[in-house]
Unconditional design. Structure first.
Length: 293
């Protein structure tokens, strides 16, 4: 029973079945067992005896994703069907784990739903599937897409596609990845930077612009605060690696909220800053804070 409503059950676990020649008829067998599954397929025209025939084929490297809360039931069914095998993790958890008791790849339901959403807006023959090892998933910033067709999808931004926007790589449990269509900058929210250089650049470029806007507001000459609204929208969920980095972003966030008149959010940010402040030792960081608080 292949579900297509996109609803996510946080307790659900998905497993991966593979076969050298995965038959589309596996759907009948899975339906008979009552397993929920996702089998991406595509149709292609092939020549047979001088005629063009429309044929359905497996789209994702002969994989079918099966959800169950009873792994033993799935494993026993697979063991009885030699045409299929469960994808297992390459490493064992410890030396005590036997090769006769392999650890299967497990995929969280939320992760599966994001993956399905990422591919749902392509035509079947256009979906750019890649193996995760073929993509440097540490190279870009970790992002969440907010609004638009891919709302809620999380992945790694391919920054080279554009200054602040581009395509997002959605990885499925490190076994498979897919690119979204091009995402406009206003739909991207940064969760985590790929490297500290990006963080320093953001702070360096934004600070003088915010400083000028605060001065203009005090003088009554501020005409446009949209850049600050973009900033808080993009970085409100940002998680930095160190207290010094985090508190600098939070200080800029606080001042930006004050600038655009969102005093309640500014107060929340001030509380967060005060909770981090006790871990700060750097004089330059305190000087940075004193400018904005």
């Amino acid at each position: 029973m292949e579900k297509k409503d996109g609803c996510s059950d946080s307790t659900k676990v998905w497993y991966v079945l593979k076969s050298p020649y995965l038959s589309i008829s596996i759907r009948k067998e899975l339906d008979e067992k009552g397993f929920e599954y996702f089998l991406p397929t595509t149709f292609t025209m092939v020549g047979r005896e001088g005629h063009k025939v429309r044929v359905e084929r497996s789209l994702v490297l002969n994989m079918v994703f099966v959800a169950t809360d009873n792994y033993d039931d799935l494993r026993n069914w697979v063991m009885a069907n030699t045409a299929y095998r469960l994808m297992i993790m390459h490493q064992r958890r410890s030396a005590l784990d036997s090769l006769s008791n392999p650890i299967p790849v497990r995929i969280r339901d939320a992760e599966m739903q994001m993956f399905r959403k990422a591919i749902s807006f392509y035509r079947d023959d256009e979906i750019p599937y890649v193996k995760s090892e073929e993509v440097n998933l540490e190279a870009g910033d970790e992002v969440r897409i907010i609004g638009g067709a891919f709302d809620g999808v999380e992945g790694i931004l391919l920054s080279q596609q554009g200054k602040e926007g581009g395509k997002v790589i959605v990885s499925l449990s490190k076994i498979l990845a897919v690119q979204t269509l091009n995402i406009q900058p206003e739909y991207l929210q940064i969760i985590r930077f790929g490297n500290n250089r990006h963080l320093y650049k953001v702070v360096e470029l934004y600070t003088p612009r915010l400083r000028n806007a605060v001065r203009e507001k005090s003088e009554g000459t501020l005409k446009n605060d949209s850049f600050a609204r973009v900033f808080v929208n993009r970085y409100s969920m940002l998680e930095c690696g160190t207290p010094n980095s985090q508190i600098k972003i939070d200080a800029l966030m606080y001042a930006s909220y004050k600038l655009i008149g969102e005093d309640e959010k500014a107060a929340e940010m001030l509380g967060k800053i005060n909770s981090i402040k006790q871990n700060i030792k750097s004089k330059s960081t305190f000087d940075f804070l004193n400018e904005w608080l």
